[in-house]
Write a protein that binds this ligand. Structure first.
Ligand code: ASP
Ligand code: MG
Length: 422
């Protein structure tokens, strides 16, 4: 069996959903042509277009007591889906019942409300895709991942219980007379007591990887709006090249340095079971794209530029100047870990330690706590540029015209903390 994952950009309109049908049919034809028993296709889908961002705004409005704004945003989201359904020939209300009320409960925490509301993006997108494929005569089943992918209740970053989930999911997949195509939500799961959870933004890739792992997939394909894994972001760098083959290790590094091409948690479940990961353009389904596997070719051969935006550089200095690196490190990382900060770079000197982290909503509380132990200063509005496969010339070029706060270089990799231009 294979796992296909379609991100928000690939299902941002009716044409996108029709294209999913096209790609799915190619896969089924392939399986038949190869005379394999048609052993099925797991189709993982994200929320349509920018729906997740829009749902996040609904939560924020409700939390701020702005009910009218929340409702207006909600109606926009529903209208957007209804328009797509209609242009696909689906009847809202009879083919698909949409959520009537916003599942908001002021007694619950912000993060718990977030998960109950934001998860609806994937519920709606998968219902539309599943019903559409069914109406085109395909053999389809819709899976409700909150009931199948078991997580804890770390709202917005739920941890998956793979022992429970893999047993449930395998049993669901391995039954006789299962339809050929299963359509499932990426990014969402559920607690043992039936509340929906989310796995962290952009988490659909991770879901696809988990399913590939549980079901021992032949491969997992991520369908994207780019030709595959490129050596730089085409929105920033006009002359990009495609990297046709990578090792898992390279892919982990790319993802962790902030490459938007896949979620950092995607690789491990695949590597564990030796499942190849393919990244392909949804606009050209027979193109080769990129392939990440045990036998991937490394090193990559061209310099790779990865930008990680919205960074903050926090510098700690001991209050009494008696800086004991080992002791302070464990204290600092304990605080960082408890406040769920994501560290992108670390630098130490005799009397200071600096960490570059994603500038999330958790940062200010972490800084407050760090201040009880250290003198803390910080710089915001930074980006981290990682260049893999660098040379001194490439590095010089990259630095030109930028304000660099900090740089770390090894023989092949350079990391620059750069002030973002206004
Ligand atoms: N829809 C979710 C998000 O935008 C998950 C995903 O796209 O992977 O973050
Ligand atoms: Mg998305």
């Amino acid at each position: 069996m294979k796992v296909y994952k379609f991100g928000g950009a690939s299902v941002k309109d009716a044409e996108g959903v029709r294209n999913v049908e096209r790609i799915v049919r190619l896969a089924l034809n392939d399986q038949m042509a190869n005379d394999q028993m048609v052993n099925g296709l797991m189709v993982v889908v994200s929320a349509m277009g920018k729906t997740t961002n829009a749902l996040e705004r609904v939560v924020a409005f409700l939390d701020a007591g702005k009910e009218e704004e929340a409702l207006a945003q909600w109606v926009d989201i529903i209208d957007f889906h209804v328009a797509i359904m209609k242009s696909l020939g689906l009847q809202p209300g009879s083919d698909i019942r949409l959520q009537g009320e916003i599942p908001y409960d002021p007694k619950r925490s912000y993060d718990e409300n977030y998960d109950q509301i934001v998860s609806l993006g994937e519920i709606m997108s998968t219902q539309i895709v599943a019903v559409y494929l069914l109406k085109q005569g395909l053999s389809v089943e819709w899976w409700n991942m909150p009931k199948l992918l078991r997580t804890d209740d770390t709202w917005r970053e739920a941890k998956v219980d793979s022992a429970v989930s893999s047993a449930v999911i395998r049993a669901g997949w391995d039954r006789p007379r299962r339809p050929q195509i299963v359509v499932a939500q990426g990014f969402i799961g559920g607690t043992a007591d039936g509340r929906r959870t989310t796995l962290g933004r952009e988490g659909s890739d991770y879901t696809a990887a988990l399913l590939g792992n549980y079901l021992d997939a032949e491969s997992v394909t991520i369908w994207k709006d780019v030709p595959g894994i490129l050596n730089a972001d085409p929105r920033i760098e006009p002359n990009t090249v495609l990297i046709p083959s990578l090792r898992y290790m390279d892919a982990v590094e790319l993802a962790n340095s902030g490459a938007q091409v896949m979620h950092p948690k995607t690789i491990r479940p695949l590597e564990n079971k030796h499942v190849p990961l393919l990244v392909k353009p949804f606009g050209d389904p027979t193109a080769e794209g990129s392939r990440i596997a045990d036998d991937g070719v490394g090193p990559i051969g061209v310099p790779v530029y990865i930008w990680r935006k919205n960074q903050i550089l926090i510098t700690m200095r001991a209050k009494d100047f008696a800086f004991v690196l080992e002791e302070s490190l464990s204290e600092i990382f304990d605080i960082i870990h408890r406040h769920r900060l994501k560290v992108s770079l670390i630098q130490s000197s005799a009397v200071t330690i600096s960490v570059c982290v994603d500038n999330t909503r958790f940062v200010s509380e972490a800084i407050q706590e760090l201040r009880t132990h250290f003198n803390v200063t910080y710089n915001e509005n930074l980006s981290l540029l990682t260049i893999r496969g660098t040379t001194p010339e490439i590095l010089e070029q990259a630095k030109a015209g930028k304000t660099i706060m900090l740089s770390q270089t090894t023989r092949r990799t350079a990391r620059l903390v750069v002030v973002e231009q206004k």
